[in-house]
Design a protein around this ligand. Structure first.
Ligand code: ATP
Length: 942
């Protein structure tokens, strides 16, 4: 205890809200200053609490408190709220109190309730006396005095005396900084005072009905450390006894003030939270509404207590931590948290979460926020931004954002003074989880239970202050003081109306000026009893520049009045069923979200079903697409094949034209080269039946006469061979064009006609090929279509491959034939050249020789012969003797005969009925396996 000189009386000029002074306070017997020790029976805790106006018989006559300071003889002079007629002053010798046991091991006795009974305004003196008699020690009062918010079972039983095993807060080590920057508290190990009540219930019974609901309001006072530890201005006026939760003032209007908690200057935020707010927060999580607010003059530590610092978090961050701890510990329920943050600045409500990010007041004019009231929600601000939060960190961040936007300014006593009342509201929605195996109602998506909605309001009020020099500060101060004054008035009137009504009814608040300020209007539900309330009043006893006795007394009186006048009927919020209809229902986000989730799930299910149904169609479409792509590919391949064929034809044509352009015919050596080339072209693939190997090939041998050149004439030396050849060669009648170039000297017109015929043939061939391609494409397409329906893509592929193979074979065959013809052509050219040379030589030998040779030649007794060389070329060989020549010719005839025979055997040539031979095209053979092509060939042949 410290003794301080009497503080100066509060000046009349002080604008601090003057909470109506306890008019009921009456001077009791002034106790002698002489210390005396009272026996236990005499000991009384003459604590004074503000009494109702009616109970005071003497107003503003406050006795100087008698403070006895001494280790064994000090007295606590406390005043007890007096009954209308009496006020009681009791002096208790501290020496008589045994030292309280250490935290956690304090004795709990039935008699421990007696001390606090004396504090109850409703308790009569008689009762208090009798209970005092049963009080053995003040320590037992101390331990039993603490009230609890709500009985564990949720009944509205106020257990007036219950021991809290660890009233001195959870040990500091139980609070640690978590990874997320939040703090873990002792929430998980904290044992509610309710459960730990160490008192005899029978003792309580008689008090229960009377004191019902009183325990739902906790009033605590926190003393801020003196600034700079200045001792000079300290007086002996104040005595703070944190252990007993008593503050004594020895000056004028002095007395002892007892609260639920008194925190001395050296106690930290954690302890303040544990004692003043922790249980309330738990109750909110269980479904009660709860309000914690800090009240006090400027610079006394309201914001410090509510927000705290990084190293010493205050009520708000610790509550947040506990909220999430509770959620973790309650797996059988699910929760949804939403938070809003507003300030009341100059009687205007600002949404701190809608403010600009910079924290400066939003440049965009906010929609005016109004207070509304409805039966379910009570008084609420709208429109207000609410944010749904899922983690402590997120919640802390949201609140930090709001803090940043809050108005602060420098005042005389606080460099960063809050210039507005700030209200953090955390709405807790919770509902029972469906037990494992129990499915929720599929149709409605509802669980058996409804949703419970409760609200935790954490309010940091602006501090009352003297008039400031600055105009802005003055305006702010006026609004702040006005609202705080209204609050004080309401508290005072609540107490008054209670006394008027003898604590019975009509505390509806109709006549209470809640509407006089936005703050009181917003606090209406809490003040009128719908909420659990914890009031934390902050005071500062001295500073280097001033003392705060007047303001401090006002705060203490406010706190005492609040304790005695606010009666909370807080009930656990009912579980709202359904999601629509009522306003409450529509507010319950948890329900709405659940229904939305259910609806989305249903939607998803439907979509999945539809997709499953559509899948085969989709697969079909995919197959069709693939088939189409394959078809395209095949078309492309066929196009390429067609181009290749055309190129081939062109190439062959070029070859033929080249042969003609050599003008071999003009030399008369190989008069029917045109015919031969025509033959070559045919052999290379022409399907014209006009082509005939015999006439073209064999007539190429230089027959000087005009008669058609044939192998008959060539082989005329050997009648047998000639006859054979003649029979094998086409008859003149057989071939419409036989003899066309038979003289080997076809006229230009004939050549042109031959070329024209060649051209026609080729064009026909091209168109035939085109038709075949077209047909092949159609058949391929139809095969694909069929394949799409019945066969696998592999079958189509096989077909296509087979087709391509056929084409390849055909091309190869054509190439082979072309090679043969090339060789034959080369041989014939060579033979023609030699023949010409032979003629020249004869000419050079003179007319006689020429005649002879000419004659011999005409007889077939040629001086040269075609020999078949190993490289499969025919080469003329000049035989010196007629015998040799004849042999050579025979040999040549034989070779040609064999060749023709070979071809006939191999099916490349067909022997006509009259010995003629015809070329069987390769495509005809190849086409045997392709019906379309076979028919084409046939038609062509026709
Ligand atoms: N219990 C305490 N321990 C240490 N410092 C404290 C305590 N209480 C308050 N302070 C310090 O005192 C100063 C003022 O405190 P704070 O801003 O919390 O006062 P306030 O009551 O909120 O004032 P206002 O009403 O003007 O906003 C701050 O610097 C704060 O750190």
């Amino acid at each position: 205890m410290s003794e301080l000189p009497p503080p100066p009386r509060p000046t009349a000029s002080s604008p601090a809200p003057q909470i109506s002074a306890p008019r009921s306070r009456k001077s009791l017997a002034t106790l002698p200053h002489t210390p005396r020790t009272l026996s236990s029976s005499q000991a009384s805790s003459s604590m004074r609490a503000p009494s109702s106006p009616r109970s005071s018989s003497s107003r503003s006559v406050l006795h100087s408190p008698t403070t006895y300071v001494g280790p064994s003889k000090s007295l606590i002079n406390t005043r007890v709220p007096s009954s209308p007629d009496t006020s009681l002053r009791r002096t208790v010798s501290i020496a008589a109190f045994p030292q309280p046991p250490k935290a956690g091991s304090r004795p709990s006795t039935a008699s421990s309730i007696s001390g606090i009974q004396g504090l109850r305004p409703s308790g009569s003196l008689k009762e208090r006396k009798s209970s005092r008699l049963s009080t053995s020690t003040i320590s037992s009062y101390r331990t039993s005095k603490t009230t609890s918010l709500i009985h564990e079972n949720g009944d509205l039983k106020s257990i007036l005396s219950c021991e809290i095993r660890d009233m001195d807060a959870s040990p500091p080590q139980s609070r640690s900084s978590s990874a997320q920057g939040s703090y873990s508290t002792s929430a998980t190990t904290y044992e509610d005072g309710d459960d730990a009540a160490g008192i005899s219930k029978s003792t309580l019974k008689s008090k229960e009905s009377r004191d019902t609901t009183k325990g739902n309001v906790i009033v605590s006072v926190r003393v801020r450390p003196d600034v700079g530890g200045v001792e000079a201005i300290k007086t002996s006026e104040w005595t703070v006894d944190g252990r007993r939760a008593i503050i004594s003032f020895n000056g004028k209007e002095g007395g002892d003030y007892l609260y639920d908690n008194v925190f001395s200057a050296n106690e930290n935020n954690a302890k303040v939270y544990d004692a003043a707010a922790k249980r309330l927060v738990r109750r909110v999580m269980e479904g009660y509404h709860g309000t914690v607010f800090a009240y006090g003059m400027t610079g006394t530590g309201k914001t410090f207590s509510m927000q705290g610092t990084a190293t010493s978090p205050g009520v708000i961050p610790l509550a947040i931590t506990d909220i999430f701890s509770f959620i973790r510990e309650t797996p059988h329920r699910e929760f949804l948290l939403r938070v809003s943050y507003l300030e009341i600045y100059n009687e205007r409500i600002n949404d701190l979460l809608s403010a600009s990010v910079s924290g400066a007041p939003s440049t965009v004019q906010q929609e005016e926020i109004k207070l509304r009231e409805d039966s379910k929600r009570g008084v609420y601000a709208t429109p207000l931004k609410e944010e749904i939060v899922q983690s402590p960190t997120q919640l802390l961040r949201v609140i930090a954002r709001g803090d940043h936007a809050r108005r602060t300014g420098s005042t005389q006593f606080n460099a960063r003074s809050s210039r507005s009342h700030a209200v953090v509201q955390i709405v807790v929605e919770s509902r029972e989880r469906a037990p494992a195996g129990v499915s929720q109602d599929r149709r409605s998506g509802l669980l058996p239970g409804g949703v419970r909605v409760s609200t935790l309001s954490l309010i940091d009020l602006a501090g009352s202050e003297r008039a400031a020099d600055d105009k802005e500060r003055r305006t702010e101060g006026a609004h702040i003081n006005k609202s705080l004054l209204t609050l004080g008035t309401i508290i005072s009137k609540l107490s008054e109306s209670k006394e008027k009504a003898s604590g019975a009814t009509d505390k509806e608040g109709k006549h209470l000026p809640y509407r006089d300020s936005k703050l009181t209007r917003l606090l209406q539900p809490a003040l009128s009893g719908n909420s659990l309330v914890s009031i934390l009043c902050t005071i500062q006893l001295a500073s280097p520049t001033r003392t705060h006795a007047g303001e401090t007394l006002n705060t203490l009186k406010f706190a005492a009045r609040a304790k005695n006048s606010i009666v909370s009927h807080a009930k656990r919020a009912e579980e709202a069923m359904g999601s629509g209809g009522t306003d409450t229902g529509s507010r319950v986000l948890l329900e709405r979200y659940r229904l939305e989730i259910q609806a989305l799930r249903n939607q998803l299910e439907c979509q999945t079903k539809a997709q499953v149904e559509k899948e085969p169609k989709f697969e079909e479409q995919q197959l069709e697409k693939e088939a189409h792509a394959r078809h395209e590919e095949q078309m492309l391949e066929m196009q390429l094949a067609r181009t290749a064929l055309k190129e081939r034809i062109e190439h062959l044509n070029r070859l033929i034209l080249c042969s003609k352009s050599t003008g071999v015919n003009n030399h008369g050596g190989l008069p029917s080269l045109g015919r031969l080339s025509r033959q070559s072209a045919f052999d290379a693939g022409t399907r014209s039946l006009r082509s005939s190997v015999s006439q073209s090939t064999l007539s190429a041998y230089g027959q000087p006469s005009n008669r058609p050149m044939s192998l008959i004439s060539v082989n005329s030396y050997d009648p047998a061979v000639s006859a054979r050849l003649a029979s094998s060669l086409p008859h003149e009648d057989d071939e419409e064009n036989i003899g066309e170039f038979a003289d080997g000297k076809a006229s230009t017109q004939q050549q042109i006609a031959a070329l024209q015929a060649d051209l026609n043939d080729k064009n026909r061939y091209i168109s035939t090929l085109e038709r075949r391609l077209l047909q092949a494409r159609r058949s391929s397409h139809s095969r694909i279509s069929i394949g799409m329906k019945s066969s696998s893509p592999n079958a189509e592929l096989t077909d296509t491959m087979a087709l391509l193979r056929e084409r390849d074979m055909e091309i190869n065959e054509l190439r082979q034939q072309l090679d043969d013809k090339d060789r034959m052509l080369t041989a014939l050219r060579s033979a023609a050249r030699h023949r010409d040379l032979a003629h020249i030589a004869i000419d050079a030998c003179g007319p006689g020789m020429k005649e002879t040779l000419s004659h011999r030649h005409s007889l077939g007794d040629s001086d040269y012969a075609l020999t078949y060389t190993p490289d499969n070329n025919f080469s003329p060989r000049f035989e010196g003797t007629p015998e040799g020549k004849r042999k050579s010719m025979d040999e040549m005839s034989r070779i040609l005969d064999e060749m023709i025979q070979d071809r006939v055997e191999s099916g490349q040539l067909i022997k006509g009925s009259r010995g003629s031979v015809r070329v069987v095209t390769g495509s005809r053979r190849a086409s045997e396996s392709i019906p379309g092509i076979a028919s084409l060939t046939t038609s062509n042949a026709d």
